[in-house]
Ligand binder design. Structure first.
Ligand code: SAM
Ligand code: SF4
Length: 511
């Protein structure tokens, strides 16, 4: 199953002949990732293996001895960008003896032979199906003496990410007619709950506070008696996990049990990215998506009723073969009807080997035009939704200096001046309540019942905000995709009383 090509070493005369084999402890690696979160998770996993072997990650390719390009092949454009980057690595490699080029991921799986022919300087090709074996494969790429004997494997890889991805399943059993994923990632393989929980614990011990479970149809999870709802509950049971997200769920597996879990487990965030692809039943059938427009709309309604604060986002493909103007309008009308909080609109890209690639493509100009029209609509609604957030108070988990995310998955730039000012103002309970009234941080009842008081939460604290902190932020600007806000100096004690009151049924919101 390996897509392994160590032989390419010999194709690198510069690297071989002048080689002083560098000590692994001096070696740095650079990772460039294309594509989806699944690829980001794979890059992280490969990075952890390299770090466990003693290598250090660098953000500067010029500093690196290993250059890892993790590729995507879902659309032609992503593949082209990765290949053009790989094309430039021949010169990068020639600049310093001992440098190595590693290419991994979905495009590597699909085009291994082409890559080997076109870029003979590549040292190692690791297809998407072989990522789980990367540790073993990479061991062969590196100097065994230095890796196996000199280094302490017990040293954990340090990953300072507050929000971590954990892969719960690989591959896909679906056959959406446009999609290359099942071909390059294979059929579904589920990790056991124990394995997933062990990884969650590792990430938490490295500083993660938010866990995103990953899978191509993440909610189809099954292992023994366990289904996806059980997995969510099990992850929520781990100390230190404050937020849980998952991506990408498939509408077919959005069962009542999963919905109920989202509605009742406090750690599961109020945000759902649920790809719809098209609003036309004719297109959905031709794409083999296994649901109808009506089913999707009903599901969205059920979700929003169960989790009132929830943001709903989606993926849309425009210009699928055979899409008529009427089909396309059905997509626009679905977007209007469901008012997605944001969405990704993709131009259909024919992928060789998929059933849809056999169908006649629409003219490119027509695809471009529909893409533009759909984007405008999605963006218009998204902007309106964001502007509605101005003045609301949101829980923001800080991921890096001055930037964090709401539970509903909006990125927020927390103004530094406000951070510096924090602690200066002391707002009494009445003021805090008055300020909360307009807060459409939505459905105060639902939110306050579900939200847990966070030990690290800072409302009127005086220390600096660092990554991993959870702060309450008043949204001040929403014109751009990243919201802006300032730390809200509300009275945390008041909030806690309010939460207690709600549990006791005496919350003012209910009277
Ligand atoms: N598994 C997820 C699902 O079923 O919704 C999606 C995973 S796919 C890697 C991410 C998105 O890429 C899809 O939701 C789809 O909108 C888009 N996509 C996949 N194949 C495509 C193609 N051939 N052309 C354009 N967009 C495509
Ligand atoms: Fe591709 Fe469909 Fe599988 Fe998603 S469910 S990865 S779109 S085949």
């Amino acid at each position: 199953m390996y897509q392994l090509r160590l032989a390419a070493r010999s194709a690198s005369p510069i690297g071989r002949s002048r080689n002083r084999r560098p000590d692994i402890k001096d070696m740095k690696f650079y990772v460039r990732t294309y594509g989806c979160q699944m690829n980001v998770a794979d890059s992280n996993e490969m990075g952890r293996h390299l770090k466990a072997k003693g290598l250090v990650e660098t953000q500067d390719p010029e500093d690196a001895s290993i250059y890892l390009v993790n590729t995507c092949t879902v659309r032609q454009h992503a593949e082209d960008r990765a290949f053009s980057e790989i094309g430039r690595l021949g010169r990068w490699k020639a600049k310093r003896p001992g440098r190595k080029v590693v290419v991994s991921g979905c495009a590597a799986e699909r085009t291994k032979e082409y890559l080997e022919d076109r870029f003979p300087f590549i040292d190692l090709v690791v297809g998407a199906k072989s990522i789980e074996n990367f540790n073993e494969i990479a061991g062969r790429l590196l100097d065994r003496r230095a890796t196996d004997e000199d280094l302490d494997y017990a040293v954990p890889a340090v990953n300072e990410k507050v929000a971590a991805f954990v892969t719960s399943m690989r591959g896909c059993n679906y056959s959406c007619t446009y999609c290359i994923v099942p071909y390059v990632r294979g059929r579904e393989i589920y990790h056991s709950i124990d394995q997933i929980l062990a990884e969650v614990r590792d990430r938490v011990s490295e500083g993660a506070r938010e866990i995103t479970l990953l899978g191509q149809t993440v909610n189809s999870y099954r292992h023994g008696q366990h289904r996806f709802g059980d997995l969510l509950r099990a992850v929520a049971g781990i100390d230190g996990v404050e937020r849980i997200r998952f991506i990408s769920p498939h509408p077919y597996y959005m069962t009542d049990r999963v919905i109920e879990t989202m509605a009742t487990v406090p750690q599961v965030c109020e945000s759902l990215h649920l790809p719809v692809q098209s609003g036309s039943n004719t297109m959905l059938k031709s794409m083999m998506r296994n649901y109808t427009r009506e089913h999707y709309i009903a599901l969205a309604g059920k979700m929003r009723q169960a989790v009132p604060d929830m943001t709903l986002s989606t993926d849309i493909i425009v210009g699928f073969p055979g899409e008529t103007e009427e089909d396309f309008r059905q997509t626009l009308s679905l977007v209007e009807e469901l008012q997605f909080d944001w969405g990704f609109v993709f131009k259909y890209s024919a992928r060789e080997g998929t059933p849809a690639a056999e169908l006649e493509c629409l003219p490119q100009e027509l695809i471009e035009e529909r893409h533009q029209r759909c984007l405008e609509l999605v963006d218009r609604i998204a902007l309106k939704k964001r502007l509605d957030l101005v003045g609301t108070i949101q829980d923001v988990l800080i991921e890096e200096l001055g930037v964090g995310r709401t539970r509903t998955n909006y990125k927020v730039h927390v103004r530094r001046e406000a951070q510096a000012r924090q602690g200066a103002a002391s707002i009494n309970g009445a003021q805090a309540r008055a300020e909360r009234e307009p807060a459409r941080s939505a459905s105060p009842i639902g939110r306050s019942l579900k939200r847990r008081a966070q030990p690290q939460e800072k409302a009127a604290a005086s220390s600096n905000i660092i990554h991993g902190d959870q702060v309450r932020v008043r949204i001040t600007n929403a014109q751009r995709a990243t919201l802006e806000g300032e730390v809200y100096n509300g009275n945390l004690a008041f909030e806690n009383f309010r939460e207690e009151d709600c549990r006791a049924g005496t919350c003012p919101d209910r009277q």
